[in-house]
Every structure is written in structure tokens, then in C-alpha cells.
Write a protein that binds this ligand. Structure first.
Ligand code: ADP
Ligand code: MG
Length: 682
């Protein structure tokens, strides 16, 4: 059993009550006072001067020093938006783009979406008036398609450069190129860690502007032995802190994703409820990528007196968003990372151990406003011997299909010689080209086809874009955009309260289609639409209203884009047509049940398992197409539908050979199964 009680009783650096008082004071400060209290404030004039003098500036400063919220404002105040130009600032994460824009709008004293706005995928909260625009790096990449010289911007800040996301890495190459023929464009590359030298080197030795951080000491504690269950260990540690440490002093726990966060949130509520009025109130607050915006605001609200916040966050809280008042950090040492295995063509999300750099960033979050403590739920030995120094840049471990399509659309043909900060493995580039060729987005010379050009209009990955365009041929665009929207929400559609599991499950089963999960998702949406988008309907059916509203927004946008590529809205009730359109996009993701009763991907014979939530979990049809693989204990296929192998020759003749689909006649079935979807649907 984990026990940090001793550490908590040790006279750490955290005993200084004065520090806590100043912290409490700070909460009462006005916005203007907070702005002046940030470390960047002292460098305001020097910074503006440096931007005037240099075209490219690398900025390095501790997280929370005010880079993201202040620097664009300083430039705006200094007149950099004169002449109707904008200042842009990219963020790797959507939650950060939204919350930072909201904060800056507050500071400027305007309504979000007017002078200060943000743009994230499927959501544009800007207007003609917008001069300070926060956006995800992926959105800026898309803006290049419409405005290849970024003419509407006078300043572009590529923020959180140290995160090295795929999109940010591509942006480095693009903005560096633009800077050459737009001498009036100012570029800021800002980073929270110590890789400034590397960025400077890449940008032709651009000067580095350093903002000295203000960081209080953080005591670091390790477990004596490895923890078998880090979630449980995290709960115990939170409770130990809460029960033994005086207020104020909030807790930040780093977890890997929404599911873990919700589990912990529930467990903590139960524990503190069990202790009742004997203890001070404990307020668990989640932070993760798909957190709805009304919940986002909560994390920044000051902690009520006589209560303690426990922020349950993904690595988004490492550097992207800063929450004031954290004195304790609990770090289990894991994060979720996407990875791509070029050999098997398999792409998935994995839980991995974090790097030393990330681990130190996490610890630093305890020492922002006063001295703090960090509890690492791993051993000191593991830290020293098992953690990599730096994370691997995303570009070297992910599928590049999406960005290759984007770069081709921008007219960049020679990808091998693209100016990469760190190049991707040759093999992954080749695979991306092959996949785009199989999808029909590129011709055999590697040039963009008309189909490819249409696909690039959609802010989706190439498989989804292709599925949407294929809906034209199969005359079911209405249904396909619904399915695409539901898949894009990336959030749970159903909820399953512990006390009502039976009701919830039976409500869920009511939507099931023998054709599979895609049609099931469509059914949910259509029924909701029939209810006039009613919230009550959602409650009665154990459907998440928030997810549905988001799906509706996404769907509206997709419908708008259909118009751009001149696809008419047509509706079909034939689920074969719908599933053919899905297969036209996702034909890489096809698995076949073999004679041993296991699903194997057709091309690479990679074993995949039906997800327990799938409506086909027990049906086990012979051939299935799935949306994605998620790796937890096994490689699970999320959202799968039954298909017929003959469709593969129809939708992907470049990719599949008749021989690979030989037993398509379904002569021998491995085991008894129910009627096929086709029989039932007709
Ligand atoms: P950096 O980019 O250097 O990490 P930021 O500009 O994001 O720093 O944050 C500076 C300060 O602004 C934070 O320490 C915090 O006090 C405040 N802040 C940032 N975002 C918000 C928000 N959404 N709500 C309230 N305060 C915020
Ligand atoms: Mg920042």
C-alpha cells in the first residue's frame, strides 16, 4: 500500500504560511494587477523592441510566465495590428486555444469572438473584428490552403513549440519558407523548455528571447516500490494530502485520458462523501481534450474558501494550460500517445511512460505560486533508468497520410526534401503516399487527383474524407455526414450510471443495428433529431446531450463543406449503400474472422478484437470494417460494421486482390451465427 504520510509530515519547504497568504492575496487581485504581476511584464518593452528589430524571434520562458496570454496583447497594444492585420497564435490543443482566448478576451474586456477569438476544428469563434486569433496548429495548417502567404497576419506565434506535435512541426517548415518572401511578417516561436537552441538553429540562428522564470522549490517524493495500480495509488495519495495538509493548496493529478479521469472523479467523490462533514470539501475537476467548454471555465474559478480543488488532468496541464493555486502534484508517470507501426500499418493510442522532461514539467506545476510537493507514483530508480530524456516528436511516430495530403494540396511535391526540423522516417512517408494512392487521392506519379483535391477540403483524416466523398456515388450523403459527425465527436455517446446499468444498457440496445455500430450511431442521431433535438429525450435514453449537440454542430459544418465540393444531400435507407461508402474510406481497417475464431486484418494478418461495447460483439460476422483500433489490454476495434468481401474489390480495386478475399463466397463458416445483417435489414 502506498504511503506518503511520512513525506507529508516532513517539514518541507511548504510550511511557509506567508507564501500562502500572498497566494490568497493574489486571488483577490484585479485582472490588471495579475497582468502586471506576471514574469513577462518586466520584459514588455524589451520584447516589443526585439520584435521590431528581428523578423524571427525564439522565446523561451517557464510555463505560466505569461507568454501565451500576454505577448500577443503587447504587440497589439504596440500597434502591430494597424492596417487591419491580425496577430495569430497557435496551440497544439483545442482546450488550450479556447481557454486562453477566453482569458485574453476577459483581459482585453471584450466578448469572446469579437476582438479576441479562437478557431478550432469544427468551431470558428472569430469575426471580421478579430485581431487576436488563437487557433490550433492544425487549423493554421488548413488556413494555408486558403491563404498560402498568411497575408491577413502581421505576426504569427507558434506557441508550445516544445510539444513538437505533428502539425506544429510541419508549420515550422511552412512559416520559415513564407518569412523569406514576406519580410513584414513577424514570427515568434515560443517554448516552455530548453530546446530554444535547436529552434534557433532551424530558423537561421534567430535570436533567443529568454524570460527568466519564477519558480519556487518543489520537493519530490518517489514510491519505495513500483505501484501495481496507479489509479488506486493516486486516490490514496489525494486523500492523504487532503486529510493531513492545511488549506489552501490545491492538488493536480496527471492521468492518461477521459476514462481514467472520470473513474477517479467518481472514486474521490465517494471517498469524501463517506467521510462526510468530518473533512473539508474536496472538489474534483476534470481537464481533458474533449472537455465541453462550460466545464472548462470551472477549472479556472478560484477555489472556494474552506475547500480544496483536485484537478484531474491529462498532460494538457503539463504546459498548455496553467491553473493557479496548485501546491501538490501527483504524477503516475504515464500519458497516452498515438503511434504508428509502419510494418503492420497499425495505428493506435497507447499508454506510455512519460519522458524525464515531461516529468519535470509536471513537478514544476506545484511550484508556480509558492513552494510545492510532487509525488511521483514510481521509484527513483525508474525515473533514472526507465524514462527517456525527451519525448519522441510526433512526426516520427505517427501516420502521415493527413499532412501529406495537405502538403500536396499546397503544391509541395518533394516531401523528402521538405524542410523538417526532424524528418519523419522515410518508410512512413512512403506508406502515407501508398495509402493516399490506394484511396485515389494521388495518381501513380504521386500527384494530387481531383478526388484528392476534394478530400483536402474536409478537416478530417483521409479515410473519413474519402468516405464522405464516396457517399455521392452511393447516394447516401445525409447518412454518411451523420455518421462522420458522430465518429468525430470523440466522446462517449451513451452514459451508464452505476445505479441504473440495466436500464441504460437496454436503452442502448434499442438503437442497435445488425449492420453494426456505424448504423447504430446513425440511429441514435436520427432518433434524437426526430425528438426535435430534445434534451429530455437524451436523458430518457441515456444519451449524452452534450455529445449530441456537438455532433449536430459538426454535421452542420460537414454539410456546408459538401456544398463546397458540390455533393448534393441525398438520403438512402439502404444500409448496404451506406456501408459501402464507409468501406470506400476505411478499407484498410478490414478484419476477417479466421478459422481459429480470431479477427485478423486482411493485409497484415494483425489480430484485432471486437470491442466489448460493440453491438456486433456477440454476432461475430465474417468480415468487418472498423473505425479505429484502441489498445488497452488488447487491440480493440472501435465502431465496427459487417461488410461483404466482394465490396472491397468494388471500393478499393487498387488495394485488394481477389485472391486475398477468396472465401468471400462464405461457403464455410467457422461457427454458427445468426442471420446476416443483409437478411435482417432488407
Ligand atoms: P505561459 O504561456 O507562459 O505558460 P500563460 O500566458 O498561459 O503563460 O498564463 C499566464 C497566467 O495567466 C497564468 O499563470 C494564469 O494566472 C493566467 N491564466 C491563463 N489562462 C487563464 C484562464 N483561462 N483563466 C484564468 N487565468 C488564466
Ligand atoms: Mg502558454
Amino acid at each position: 500500500q502506498i504511503d506518503f504520510i511520512q513525506a507529508l509530515q516532513m517539514p518541507g519547504t511548504n510550511e511557509d504560511e506567508k507564501e500562502k497568504e500572498t497566494e490568497a492575496e493574489k486571488r483577490k487581485m484585479s485582472i490588471a494587477e495579475v497582468r502586471r504581476s506576471l514574469p513577462v511584464y518586466a520584459f514588455r518593452e524589451a520584447f516589443i523592441e526585439a520584435v521590431r528589430e528581428h523578423q524571427v524571434l525564439i522565446i523561451e520562458g517557464e510555463t505560466g510566465s505569461g507568454k501565451t496570454t500576454q505577448l500577443p496583447q503587447y504587440l497589439y497594444e504596440a500597434g502591430f495590428c494597424e492596417g487591419g492585420k491580425r496577430i495569430g497564435c497557435t496551440q497544439p490543443r483545442r482546450v488550450a486555444a479556447m481557454s486562453v482566448a477566453a482569458r485574453v478576451a476577459d483581459e482585453v474586456g471584450c466578448k469572446l469572438g469579437t476582438q479576441v477569438g479562437y478557431s478550432i476544428r469544427f468551431e470558428d469563434c472569430t469575426s471580421e473584428k478579430t485581431v487576436l486569433k488563437y487557433m490550433t496548429d492544425g487549423m493554421l495548417l488548413r488556413e494555408f490552403l486558403n491563404e498560402p502567404d498568411l497575408a491577413s497576419y502581421s505576426v504569427m506565434m507558434i506557441d508550445e513549440a516544445h510539444e513538437r506535435t505533428l502539425h506544429t512541426d510541419i508549420l515550422f517548415g511552412l512559416v520559415k519558407d513564407i518569412a523569406r518572401f514576406r519580410p513584414d511578417l513577424k514570427l515568434l516561436i515560443s517554448s516552455a523548455t530548453l530546446d530554444a537552441e535547436k529552434f534557433s538553429g532551424f530558423f537561421d540562428d534567430a535570436p533567443i528571447f529568454r524570460i527568466p522564470g519564477r519558480r519556487f522549490p518543489v520537493d519530490i517524493y518517489y514510491t519505495q516500490a513500483p505501484e501495481a495500480d496507479y489509479l488506486d495509488a493516486a486516490i490514496v495519495t489525494v486523500m492523504q494530502i487532503h486529510l493531513t495538509q492545511p488549506l489552501p493548496g490545491d492538488i493536480l493529478v496527471f492521468l492518461t485520458g477521459q476514462e481514467e479521469i472520470e473513474t477517479l472523479q467518481e472514486a474521490l467523490m465517494e471517498r469524501s462523501k463517506a467521510l462526510g462533514s468530518k473533512i473539508k470539501e474536496l472538489i474534483p475537476l476534470p481537464v481533458y481534450a474533449n472537455l465541453p467548454s462550460d466545464l472548462q471555465a470551472k477549472i479556472f474559478e478560484p477555489t472556494p474558501k474552506d475547500a480544496r480543488k483536485v484537478v484531474l488532468a491529462t498532460n494538457i496541464a503539463e504546459t498548455s494550460v496553467t491553473i493557479d493555486g496548485i501546491s501538490y502534484v501527483i504524477d503516475p508517470g504515464f500519458s497516452k500517445q498515438n503511434s504508428f507501426d509502419a510494418r503492420s500499418g497499425v495505428e493506435h493510442l497507447h499508454v506510455v511512460t512519460i519522458s524525464k522532461a515531461a516529468s519535470n514539467q509536471r513537478a514544476g506545476r506545484a511550484g508556480r505560486t509558492g513552494p510545492g510537493k510532487c509525488f511521483r507514483l514510481y521509484t527513483a530508480w525508474a525515473f533514472n533508468n526507465e524514462l527517456e530524456d525527451q519525448p519522441i516528436p510526433e512526426i516520427q511516430r505517427t501516420n502521415l497520410g493527413n499532412v501529406v495530403l495537405m502538403l500536396k494540396s499546397l503544391g509541395i511535391h518533394d516531401l523528402v526534401h521538405f524542410d523538417f526540423l526532424d524528418p519523419p522516417p522515410q518508410e512512413t512517408l512512403v506508406i502515407a503516399l501508398e495509402q493516399l494512392y490506394a484511396l485515389g487521392a494521388l495518381n501513380h506519379r504521386g500527384e494530387l487527383t481531383k478526388l484528392g483535391r476534394r478530400m483536402a477540403e474536409f478537416p478530417c483524416d483521409p479515410c473519413m474524407s474519402k468516405m464522405i466523398i464516396a457517399s455521392e456515388k452511393y447516394e447516401c450523403s445525409e447518412e454518411i455526414v451523420t455518421i462522420a459527425a458522430m465518429l468525430s465527436c470523440n466522446a462517449a455517446v451513451f452514459y451508464r450510471p452505476k445505479a441504473q446499468v440495466i436500464h441504460a444498457d437496454s436503452a442502448r440496445k434499442g438503437f442497435w443495428s445488425p449492420a453494426g455500430d456505424h448504423i447504430t450511431l446513425m440511429n441514435v442521431y436520427n432518433k434524437w433529431q426526430e425528438s426535435n433535438f430534445s434534451q429530455r429525450w437524451c436523458v430518457e435514453n441515456y444519451v449524452q446531450h452534450r455529445t449530441m449537440k456537438r455532433a449536430r454542430d459538426v454535421r452542420d459544418q460537414l454539410v456546408g463543406l459538401l456544398e463546397r465540393v458540390e455533393i448534393e444531400l441525398k438520403s438512402s435507407t439502404d444500409t448496404i449503400k451506406i456501408r459501402k461508402a464507409i468501406t470506400a474510406g476505411y478499407f484498410y481497417n478490414v478484419s476477417k474472422l479466421d478459422n481459429s475464431g480470431l479477427y485478423k486484418t486482411v493485409k497484415h494478418k494483425h489480430t484485432t478484437y471486437p470491442h466489448p461495447n460493440s453491438c456486433l460483439f456477440e454476432e461475430t460476422p465474417r468480415w468487418v470494417v472498423y473505425y479505429e483500433l484502441v489498445f488497452t489490454s488488447k487491440e480493440f476495434m472501435r465502431e465496427m460494421s459487417e461488410i461483404e468481401s466482394s465490396w472491397l474489390l468494388e471500393v478499393a480495386p487498387h488495394y485488394y486482390k481477389g485472391r486475398e478475399l477468396e472465401d468471400s463466397t462464405n461457403k464455410k463458416m467457422p461457427k454458427q451465427r445468426g442471420k446476416s445483417a443483409k437478411d435482417l435489414e432488407r
